[in-house]
Design a protein around this ligand. Sequence first.
Ligand code: SF4
Ligand code: FES
Length: 260
Amino acid sequence: MNVTLHVWRQPHRAAKGRFVTYPAPDISADMSFLEMLDVVNERLILEGQEPIAFDHDCREGICGTCGMVINGTPHGPKKRTTTCQLHMRSFRDGDELWIEPWRAAAFPVVKDLVVDRSAFDRIIAVGGFISAPIGSAPDANSLPIRKENADLSMDGAACIGCGACVAACPNASAMLFVAAKVTHLGVLPQGLPERNERAIRMVTQMDAEGFGSCTNHGECHAVCPKGIPLEFIGRLNADFLAASMGSGRRAAQVGDSAGG
Ligand code: SF4
Ligand code: FES
């Protein structure tokens, strides 16, 4: 395949960025999108040019490190697919591809397609944990958990923290990300002690980092590679409201959390 790339180049955070056009001839349709960028970068290096900076790690869709906006859509045109799992066969010979970094004030550009997502780390640091007694591991199955709650928790745990939800949202809201974390921990008995403080702390930190509010556009769910459901945002709102009204802990405990 022959494709033409228009890539956002920005040497550093304070620099003014711009699109630069690169031809990408003789690309195999079986290459992943990142392998295609690797080939383009090898050619740039041979020509003495600066390679395109982009984030990646596992290249298996599990770490959340990769991410770029391809033709206006975070992670590109294929549903439920991270950038690293996208293949060139999703495009046609002769296509023009516009490649940009996540655009959000809370995710400043570091270089080219790399953004600083440490705001997510700080949100996790204030509430994305459980308190567990130290000592030997408890016996398996000593704490019964309803199947529905185990499934819900696993669905929340599927979030890889990529940030595509923020990049897609017109408000640059991080609500889907926070909702996934709050649901992952809050529906299990192990996550109950901090359930309400968790919602308050994580939402407060999200606001402090400069993410916008949720106004129910649903773009986050549409681009999420793990299909985190919008319903989780309702769960986050319920936890936040219960905690804000001062009856939160009791509401959480008598709700749907523990195993019975
Ligand atoms: S909710 Fe989805 S899009 Fe947002 S960070 Fe998690 S996996 Fe990525
Ligand atoms: S590089 Fe790990 S999810 Fe894409």
